[in-house]
Ligand binder design. Structure first.
Ligand SMILES: Cc1cc2nc3c(=O)[nH]c(=O)nc-3n(C[C@H](O)[C@H](O)[C@H](O)COP(=O)(O)O)c2cc1C
Length: 463
């Protein structure tokens, strides 16, 4: 069996993910591996059509394809994303069509499921029969049980290839009817008061729905609004994954392009952010992804605290819930408030109304400093970050460590005095069956008791 491995790590062979692939190569000598360093050589692959088609020929010759990548901001690195775009742009999906495929990633399991959802959708769009995903922790390969697990997964994949096993179709195709948006007159302008609004789009495509949505949105705002395009800021390269930023948040590209200055002086200083982009396959553009990846110089620290964030998207967003989840997760993880996602899937008059509503909500929430409480993703992520930065990543990510200490992120609620006293007093008493029976009966009542003084005080204050 011939396996084509599409390597998504910008670090090429010096990649953690590739150590897993090397392990499989050793464990399965009957499988012939061809590893192609896609992300590391994306500039060359994009510039040189021969290089691109050499990759496509290798895919065509293979019996199966393995998408192997590190998780970057809940997806694949921007360089790998660009390769996926090129396959569609150059109509090269035929090489993949009908082949079995699987995905293998390494990460620290921070929102890795959306990266695999994305790749399984792409694998399906490429026409492959997607076998399944293996999301390894960075250090799994060091553990015997995990190595066995990886072998079991890969062994089943090899068997599936040899037996031409079928695979289910789990993603809706993203072919939405394209409506042409015709903006109407602005009904009511929204004043920004003292708030700063930054609207950021990846690139300007004149007369596109997105361009018209941006213009229509901007025209209903009165106040300090700045419109910027990633293309013009000059974010020349994607994150290389070198982690050189670990000690003091300095990035090796700080002085060679405009990203850092823009992020520090514009993004961090805005009160309201409106991010705009067109869907390219099942995400936004690789340029947007490049922008997001480069913000990694901030380490594992939220950088948009208290800001209001709206998204204006052109594309079949409602068909791709993985993207909705990704964009909301990104906003919430930055400690910002996800206000609304507006796409161009509606009638023109409805888009007008949605854009005006977005403008007014952004301002209302900015004025009241509203941030919706974190749901599962930011809560789970911050707990994982805390464990990682306090634990195995502590010696590397020193800048994060300093910030976590300063912001009190290391505080663990179970270690609070009240919970410790309760555990010490009630815990042993629960060993007594009669006490346990009485206690169990009182649980519902005791659960609401702490709220009573809060409600009574509020009632008193409002009399
Ligand atoms: C820019 C950047 C973004 C990352 N984002 C995530 C993430 O969203 N979730 C996660 O679990 N790990 C994340 N990581 C950690 C990598 O996925 C992990 O270190 C991976 O093993 C690197 O693999 P590689 O050496 O093959 O490139 C990120 C690392 C970098 C450099």
């Amino acid at each position: 069996m011939r396996l084509c491995v599409l390597n998504g790590s910008p670090k090429g062979r010096m990649s953690v993910t590739m150590q897993y692939v090397r392990y499989l190569e050793i464990a399965f000598p009957s499988v012939e591996f061809e590893i192609l360093d896609i992300a590391a050589h994306i500039a060359r692959i994009e510039r040189n059509a021969d290089k691109f088609f050499q990759v496509i020929d290798s895919v065509g010759r293979a019996d199966a394809v393995l998408f192997a990548f590190p998780v970057y901001f809940f997806l694949v690195p921007s360089q790998y994303k660009r390769f996926i775009e090129l396959v569609f742009e150059k109509n090269a999906t035929d090489a993949f069509s009908g082949k079995p495929s699987a995905s293998l990633s390494t990460s620290v399991h921070i929102v890795d499921h959306t990266a695999h959802n994305y790749i399984s959708g792409i694998a399906q769009d490429f026409g492959t029969r997607f076998f399944g995903a293996y999301s390894a922790d960075m250090e799994d390969l060091l553990k015997k049980a995990e190595r066995k697990n990886l072998e079991a997964f890969f062994g089943a994949f090899v068997k599936a290839v040899q037996n031409s096993e079928p695979s289910p179709t789990l993603h809706l195709p993203l072919k939405a009817a394209k409506r042409v948006y015709k903006p109407g007159a602005v009904k009511q302008k929204v004043g920004l008061a003292q708030k700063k609004l930054l609207l950021l789009a990846d690139r300007r495509e004149e007369d596109s729905n997105l361009d018209k949505m941006i213009t229509r949105f901007a025209s209903c705002i009165e106040g300090d609004i700045e419109i910027a395009y990633i293309e013009e800021i000059g974010v020349k390269t994607g994150c290389s994954g070198c982690i050189g930023c670990h000690y003091d948040n300095r990035c090796r590209f700080d002085s060679s392009d405009g990203f850092r200055a823009f992020y520090e002086n514009k993004v961090k200083k805005a009160d309201i952010l409106v991010y705009c982009g067109a869907m390219h396959d099942r995400y936004l553009s690789s340029l947007w992804k490049r922008f997001i990846d480069r913000s990694f110089y901030n380490g594992h620290v939220p950088t948009l605290m208290g800001k209001q964030v709206g998204w204006i998207i052109s594309g079949p967003l409602s068909l791709e819930q993985n993207l909705v989840q990704l964009l909301n997760a990104y906003t919430r993880l930055m400690d910002a408030n996800p206000v609304m996602l507006v796409s161009d899937e509606y009638k023109s008059s409805e888009i007008d109304a949605l854009l005006e509503t977005l403008a007014s909500r952004l301002v209302v929430f900015a004025e009241s400093s509203f941030v919706s409480p974190p749901d599962f993703i930011p809560t789970g992520v911050m707990n994982t970050f805390r464990n990682e930065i306090a634990g195995r990543l502590n010696f590397v990510f020193r800048a994060d460590h300093r910030t976590y200490k300063k912001r009190g992120y290391y505080k663990i609620p179970q270690k609070g005095l009240r919970s410790r006293l309760l555990s010490l007093s009630i815990g042993p008493m629960l060993l007594v069956p009669a006490f346990r029976k009485q206690f169990s009966k009182r649980i519902p009542r005791e659960m609401v008791r702490p709220y009573e003084p809060v409600l009574a005080l509020e009632k008193f204050k409002r009399r």
